[in-house]
Design a protein around this ligand. Structure first.
Ligand SMILES: Cc1cc2nc3c(=O)[nH]c(=O)nc-3n(C[C@H](O)[C@H](O)[C@H](O)COP(=O)(O)OP(=O)(O)OC[C@H]3O[C@@H](n4cnc5c(N)ncnc54)[C@H](O)[C@@H]3O)c2cc1C
Length: 345
């Protein structure tokens, strides 16, 4: 096992998300030879969505997951389900790409949100999905950029962001730290692992053969590709590599073409103990998900069981930084000083 995986396993053992789901019994690992039209490698959002869509169109799909479904980023992310590319993120795309490409990227993100909500409804995925999202300016000098972005989103993409200033911010977030914000009624948040496990369940119900604890260590790229695992192999017509940054972790690098373009970026969250419902409602009355518009963002939201989930900082290393909890807690107290009594669960 590589150093990257060992470090990540430590983080997952302490994951609030893992602790708040009841996982089904693992699908058995692949043993022996099997055939499929498509072999998908990776059981995160990308692999499961692909497998689900293919199976719904009648394809015979086998999906290999090295660990458990949702083990990767899909089971331990911020849970923010956002249209677009984050505060002022569209500008970067528009500067680098022709207008039609920027428009296509925007359309894809709108379509992504529609698909997410459609899947939750179609497959009955209970994942604590809540609509409502705010981007907040923490200081006066961050307000102009945010205001320009809101205007741009309305004019170029006809997207209905609502401009909110003090004292109305209190309808959403009880904090003196922020000066103004953009309210997005379509974006929101969810429990990322519950959503991922729901996709896994839907994929199985659509007929996808799911093999957990089945790392693909080699892909023989032939007319009839063969995907090898320790105890078996899948012969197929097409392979979809949806292993995210882990494609080089389990044997040969399955996508050497992109290996040099992968770099570690980490961000971490803490979860408080559950609050009484009244206290949670006073803290974030509309239960929006929030991100500020700093370069390195603070982001936070309430969980369904009334914990404050707070994320902050970014690292450009696979190694979790020291005194992680204290550092994030300090950021949390800048936003909500009156949460100092809450135990970090
Ligand atoms: C800390 C963090 C916070 C984030 N916050 C947000 C957020 O708030 N909102 C948002 O929209 N996005 C967020 N993201 C991004 C989002 O989580 C990812 O873009 C998304 O989950 C990627 O999905 P994926 O399926 O490509 O990869 P993953 O979910 O990482 O899945 C890849 C899977 O492939 C498996 N795998 C890899 N190699 C093999 C192999 N050889 N054989 C078999 N299986 C293999 C892995 O075990 C893993 O389970 C965040 C990401 C991180 C890391």
């Amino acid at each position: 096992m590589s150093g990257l995986l060992q470090k990540e396993l430590g983080v997952i053992e302490n994951s609030y998300y893992e602790a708040s789901v009841a996982r089904p019994a693992p699908s058995p690992p692949l043993q022996g030879r099997t055939q499929a039209e498509v072999c998908v490698v990776g059981g995160g959002y990308a692999g499961l969505s692909c497998a689900l869509e293919l199976a719904a169109r009648g394809f015979h799909v086998a999906l290999l997951e090295a660990q458990r479904i949702g083990w990767g980023a899909s089971g331990r992310n911020g849970g923010q389900a956002i249209v677009g590319f984050g505060a002022e993120g569209e500008g970067a795309i528009e500067r680098q790409c022709p207008a039609e490409v920027a428009q296509a990227a925007w359309n894809a993100s709108v379509e992504g949100m529609r698909l997410l909500e459609q899947r939750i409804a179609t497959y009955g995925i209970a994942c604590d999905h809540v609509r409502g999202y705010m981007t907040l300016a923490p200081r006066a000098h961050k307000v102009d950029g945010l205001r320009r972005w809101v205007r741009h989103m309305r004019e170029r993409y006809d997207y209905p962001l609502e401009w909110v200033e003090r004292p109305h911010l209190g309808r959403h977030v009880a904090s003196d730290r922020f000066v103004a914000g953009a309210y997005d009624p379509h974006s929101g948040h969810l429990h990322p692992l519950k959503y991922c496990l729901g996709l896994g369940d839907a994929a199985r119900r659509q007929g996808v053969e799911v093999f957990e604890n089945s790392a693909a260590y080699r892909v023989e790229r032939d007319k009839t590709p063969v995907v090898k695992t320790a105890e078996g192999e899948v012969r197929c017509r097409q392979v979809v590599l949806a292993g995210n940054v882990y494609l080089g972790e389990f044997g040969d690098h399955l996508a050497p073409e992109i290996a040099a373009r992968i770099m570690p970026v980490g961000t971490y969250m803490i979860a408080t103990e559950p609050m009484e419902a009244q206290r949670a409602a006073a803290l974030m009355p509309s239960r929006v998900a929030v991100s500020d518009n700093n370069l390195i963002v603070d982001y936070f939201r309430l969980s369904a069981d009334n914990r404050l989930l707070f994320g902050a900082g970014e690292t450009f290393s696979a190694r979790p930084p020291g005194n992680l909890v204290q550092r994030i807690r300090a950021r949390m107290l800048q936003v909500f000083p009156h949460t100092a009594d809450l135990i970090i669960a």
